[in-house]
Write a protein that binds this ligand. Structure first.
Ligand SMILES: N[C@@H](CCC(=O)N[C@@H](CS)C(=O)NCC(=O)O)C(=O)O
Length: 206
C-alpha cells in the first residue's frame, strides 16, 4: 500500500495526492502536521532528512521530492497518458515541472507566507508587492505557452499540468490585479472540471 506523508494543504503534497486521485491509486495519507512543523518530527526525518513534505513509502521504497514522486508514480501507473510516452512531449511536460519547482515556487511561497500566514500589520509590503508582480509575469509566460494548446505539453493532460496546476489555484486566489490571460484562464477552467483537482487542490489555503 502506498503511504503519502504530508499535509493536504501543502502545494507539494497536493501534486502527489492529485496524481493518485487522477489514476485511482489506493493510498493512505499520514503525518498530518501544521505548516512548518514537519522539521520538528524526528520520526518523520528518518524518512526525509530534509524534514519537508511530501514523502511516499511504497512497500518500503521511500521517495521524497514531490516532482520526482509524481514522475515515478505516473511512469508506473499512467505511462502513455499523464506520463507521456513520446519523448518530446515528455520533455515538454518535464520542463514545466522543473520550471514550477525553480521559477514559480519561490514567488508564490512569498505570497502565501505574506498574505495567508502573516497578519497585515507585520507583512513585508515590498516583498509581497514584488512577489505579486513576479507571479503576474510568470502567468504571462504560461498564457503564451498555452496558446493553441489545451494543456502545457500539448492536447492532453500530463504531469506538467499537475505541477503547475496547484500554483494556479494559489495565483487565482492570492494575487490581486491579475492581467487578462485568456489561454491561462481556459486552462484553469479545464483543470477545475477535473474532480481530482476540485477534491485535492481547490481548498482553503493555509
Ligand atoms: N522541493 C520539495 C519542497 C518541499 C517543501 O518545501 N514542502 C513544504 C510544504 S509545501 C514543507 O515541507 N514545509 C514544511 C512544513 O510544512 O512542515 C518538494 O517538491 O517536495
Amino acid at each position: 500500500m502506498l503511504v503519502v506523508y504530508g499535509r493536504g494543504t501543502s502545494s507539494n503534497v497536493q501534486k502527489v495526492l492529485w496524481l493518485v486521485e487522477e489514476i485511482g491509486l489506493p493510498y493512505s495519507s499520514s503525518h498530518v502536521v501544521p505548516p512548518g512543523k514537519a522539521k520538528e518530527s524526528a520520526d518523520y526525518k528518518k524518512l526525509n532528512p530534509n524534514g519537508l513534505i511530501p514523502t511516499i513509502d511504497e512497500d518500503g521504497f521511500v521517495l521524497w521530492e514531490s516532482n520526482a514522486i509524481v514522475r515515478y508514480l505516473a511512469a508506473k501507473h499512467a505511462y502513455g497518458t499523464i506520463f507521456p510516452a513520446d519523448l518530446r512531449v515528455r520533455a515538454d511536460s518535464d520542463r514545466w515541472m522543473d520550471w514550477q519547482a525553480t521559477v514559480l515556487a519561490p514567488p508564490v511561497a512569498t505570497v502565501l507566507l505574506q498574505v495567508v500566514r502573516t497578519p497585515p500589520e507585520k507583512r513585508d509590503t515590498a516583498a509581497m508587492t514584488a512577489a505579486f508582480q513576479t507571479n503576474r509575469e510568470k502567468a504571462a509566460v504560461l498564457d503564451a505557452a498555452l496558446s493553441g494548446r489545451d494543456y502545457l505539453a500539448g492536447s492532453a493532460f500530463t504531469m506538467g499540468d499537475i505541477a503547475v496546476g496547484q500554483w494556479m489555484w494559489r495565483y487565482a486566489n492570492l494575487v490581486p490585479d491579475r492581467p487578462s490571460h485568456p489561454n491561462l484562464e481556459a486552462w484553469y477552467q479545464r483543470l477545475q472540471a477535473r474532480p481530482a483537482y476540485r477534491k485535492v487542490v481547490m481548498n482553503p489555503l493555509e
